[in-house]
Design a protein around this ligand. Structure first.
Ligand SMILES: [Cu+2]
Length: 95
């Protein structure tokens, strides 16, 4: 019988977290990270997107099969959008 405790899960936590952009949406739409972790958005759509939290971070255009990374240095909850598709919404929570 395999027992996966909280310690095992914590040990697998990586300092880099991934959000896939595909089908004109962010997956996951909401991501919680720890301060100091890096988030990488990967665009798998055949057209560009952005990851834009006005005044906090802005990827500018991320082309197809391109990625953009952001290291979360300040705690808070940051709502972001794609400026090219305003109904694309995501949220990054930094603890
Ligand atoms: Cu977009």
């Amino acid at each position: 019988m395999f027992h996966a405790g909280a310690g095992a899960i914590a040990a697998e936590t990586s300092a880099t977290r991934t959000v896939v952009i595909e089908g004109t949406r962010y997956d996951p739409e909401t991501l919680t990270v720890k301060r100091g972790e890096t988030v990488v958005w990967i665009n798998k759509d055949p057209f560009p997107h952005t990851v834009t939290a006005t005044g906090v971070f802005d990827s500018h255009s991320i082309g197809p099969n391109r990625s953009w990374r952001y290291t979360a240095r300040k705690t808070g909850q940051y709502a972001y959008v794609c400026t090219l598709h305003p109904n694309m919404k995501g949220s990054l929570k930094v603890e």
